[in-house]
Design a protein around this ligand. Structure first.
Ligand code: FES
Ligand code: FES
Length: 164
């Protein structure tokens, strides 16, 4: 199959490459770019382990062709660190509140939570649970993930207030 030229911004860097029209965004990220944080946990678009942020939306990168991401701005968990390379707030709170065990769902969880807190900066527990419903976890039972996200909201809101 002939390949097409794609160009996108990933974690703030312009990248380009050749991909078949059928190449999924998750495979392009993992195989062409070596960005292996986003994972593949299903073939039916349920698990959300492949979640990335694209043009300000949470998308499941297993259910999108890279051709559709041509020109897009994509962020993965690798891009959610602080500028000095230290853990971002969500990453730190997932660690502190034990929001992960095997870690397989975590890149998708954190990337989705990043967008959720922009959609709703002060969510209730119920809103967090509903807002994260597209992301499955086998290990945690979700409770500590919810705690980590609520704690992140508090930290981010306190940071915002301090900056004002
Ligand atoms: S790999 Fe399961 S939703 Fe994308
Ligand atoms: S930490 Fe193992 S699947 Fe979520």
């Amino acid at each position: 199959m002939s390949k097409m030229h794609v160009k996108l911004t990933v974690n703030g860097q312009e990248v380009e490459g050749l991909a078949e029209p059928r190449t999924l965004l998750i495979h392009f990220l993992r195989e062409n770019l070596n960005i292996t944080g986003p994972h593949i946990g299903c073939e039916t678009s349920h698990c959300g382990a492949c979640t990335v942020d694209m043009n300000g939306k949470s998308v499941k990168s297993c259910t999108l062709f890279v051709a559709q991401a041509n020109g897009a701005d994509v962020t993965t968990v690798e891009g959610l660190v602080n500028e000095d390379g230290s853990l971002g707030v969500l990453q730190e709170m997932f660690r502190e509140h034990h929001g992960l065990q095997c870690g397989f769902c975590t890149p998708g969880m954190i990337t989705r939570a990043h967008r959720l807190l922009q959609e709703n900066p002060a969510p209730t527990e119920e809103e967090v649970r509903f807002g994260m419903a597209g992301n499955l976890c086998r290990c945690t039972g979700y409770q500590n993930i919810v705690k980590a996200i609520l704690a992140s909201a508090d930290v981010l809101n306190a940071q915002k207030e301090a900056a004002e």
